[in-house]
Design a protein around this ligand. Structure first.
Ligand code: ADP
Length: 502
């Protein structure tokens, strides 16, 4: 019990761990994706803003060249606060230089200076490539700036001037950092919530499993009637419960059979032993002549013979149930086998005043059968038929072919079996005792038909019985003519059939 508890906690822990890790990974993944989207959007916004600044710059910046000296001015309406604002915004981070990188007489804002002036070489190389050039610069504090650089012409249009305008990315950076810290900060909380949720969910999912385990623990040979109640959710666990209950039901059936069988066996053995003991005691105390002793010994021997019949049958039964009896199949003509067996019963039939008939509907009926077992099966059916048919009656054996199967019938005009007994006659030790045979145990052990059913099933066939009380009985055996597995079916599938004493 403690070990199992530990095991279930282990499973719960694993489920929780997996759930938490997946949950957290998912959150991290979604956060990263979101952060990336945000960064891209902010970047786009920065580009758009700088393009707008550039448009403002183009609209209001005039550069004239007088005596080889550049002269720069901003031509906006000073009375228009909006225009003033626009220009001021553009001029906040700006560097203007001539093509050689000279800034003299042009304009460089202190904020741009703080980022580091562009060297003449850098300016030349930037002007030589495709325009505009986008890049990033960092101030001494590490704040990033987006820089857009290109050129404008002077008013005459004969000289190019290099212009770089910038935009602080501090806000975007702050936003992104804030998001990152929020995600990192929330992670332990998410991890915790994921863990707690996972623990409860796993616990709930495992509760029925623990219930199954505790019920299984309580089940033993003496209370196999216990069942786990189905939850009615029709899910995997319900399926498990159903399968488990079915297994217990099968076990219960087998247990009951074994219990019944043990009770039957001890009962069957006790009767002849009691009789032998009685006979011998009577002989010991009352017999006087050798003849009387002889009679007691002969009677005892007959009972001992019956005892050994039962023991032999039980031995064969245990062998077959443990799969030790293997069918020895060979190609046989069932008509020939049945005819020979019928012939062997000619004399006992005559002795009982019963007419024995044999009919075959086809000339041959070949299949793979175990000769010994088929003989045993026929012998059991025939001896029963003759035994339970009164003088003047008739027993007929017929063999026919129905599709891919052989049909073998043993029919008699005997006393028949009443409907209440019919479902049980294939059970071990089951006998329908007539009034006349109450005290004659040698009439049969009640094992013959169980064995017939077993042989038929071992050959992959089927057997059924039709009977009317007082009118007669017909046993119909169907055996497949194509080959079936040579091994006998496992004990569990065979049911209660046993070997007869024939
Ligand atoms: P037994 O060895 O006692 O005959 P079986 O298993 O062969 O045992 O048969 C079980 C019971 O079925 C018998 O006790 C008998 O009452 C009934 N039975 C079997 N065959 C016939 C038959 N042909 N006619 C009437 N009853 C039969």
């Amino acid at each position: 019990m403690p070990e199992r508890r530990h095991f279930s906690r282990g499973l719960r822990f694993t489920l929780t761990a997996v759930y938490t890790v997946v949950f957290t990974l998912l959150l991290v993944g979604v956060s990263l994706l979101f952060r990336q989207t945000l960064a891209t959007r902010l970047d786009q916004q920065a580009h758009e803003d700088l393009n707008e600044n550039w448009a403002v710059l183009k609209a209001y910046l005039r550069i004239t060249t007088e005596n080889g000296q550049p002269h720069l001015s901003w031509y906006n309406d000073r009375d228009d606060p909006e225009e003033n604002n626009d220009v001021a915004r553009v001029r906040r981070i700006i560097e203007i230089a001539d093509e050689q990188g000279n800034t003299h007489g042009l304009e460089t804002s202190p904020e741009y200076e703080a980022l580091g002036m562009d060297s003449p070489a850098a300016i030349r190389s930037q002007l030589s490539g495709p325009q505009p050039v986008w890049r990033k610069k960092w101030d001494p504090k590490g704040t990033p700036y987006l820089i857009r650089s290109s050129f404008v012409y002077n008013e005459r249009g004969n000289t190019k001037y290099y212009v770089a305008v910038g935009l602080s990315l501090a806000e975007s950076q702050k936003l992104l950092n804030g998001f990152t810290w929020l995600t990192v900060g929330l992670s332990p909380l998410v991890f915790l919530i994921g863990g707690i949720t996972g623990w409860f969910v796993a616990g709930r999912a495992l509760t029925p499993v623990l219930e199954i385990a505790s019920t299984a623990e309580r089940i033993s040979g003496s209370n196999l009637s216990l069942r786990i109640p189905s939850r009615g959710t029709k899910d995997e666990l319900d399926y498990l419960i159903e399968t488990f209950n079915q297994m217990i039901e099968r076990l219960e059936g087998t247990f009951n059979q074994i219990r019944q069988f043990s009770a039957d066996v001890s009962h069957e053995l006790r009767t002849p032993i009691t009789v032998i003991r009685g006979q011998l005691e009577v002989a010991l105390f009352t017999a006087q002549t050798a003849e009387q002793y002889r009679e007691a010994i002969v009677n005892s021997l007959a009972d001992i013979e019956r005892l050994s019949q039962i023991v032999r049958a039980l031995l064969l039964l245990s062998q077959s149930e443990s799969g030790q009896v293997v069918l020895q199949k060979q190609r046989l003509d069932l008509i020939e086998v049945a005819r020979e067996m019928t012939d062997q019963f000619e004399i006992p039939a005559e002795g009982a005043g019963v007419r024995l008939e044999f009919r075959a509907a086809v000339p041959r009926c070949e299949g793979d059968f175990d000769r010994v077992q088929i003989d045993r099966m026929l012998s059991n059916l025939l001896s029963n038929a003759i035994k339970f048919t009164p003088e003047g009656g008739r027993v007929s054996v017929t063999v026919a072919r129905v599709g891919e199967e052989a049909e073998l019938c043993v029919e008699d005009t005997g006393r028949g079996i009443s409907a209440e007994h019919l479902p049980h006659i294939f059970d071990r030790f089951y006998r329908v005792r007539g009034k006349d045979e109450q005290a004659s145990p040698e009439k049969g052990l009640g094992l013959g038909l169980s064995f017939v059913a077993w042989i038929v099933r071992a050959h992959g066939g089927s057997v059924d019985v039709q009977s009317e009380h007082g009118k007669g009985t017909k046993f119909r055996v169907r055996l497949p003519l194509s080959s079936v597995p040579a091994e006998l079916p496992p004990a569990e599938a065979r049911g209660p059939e046993v070997m007869n004493t024939v």
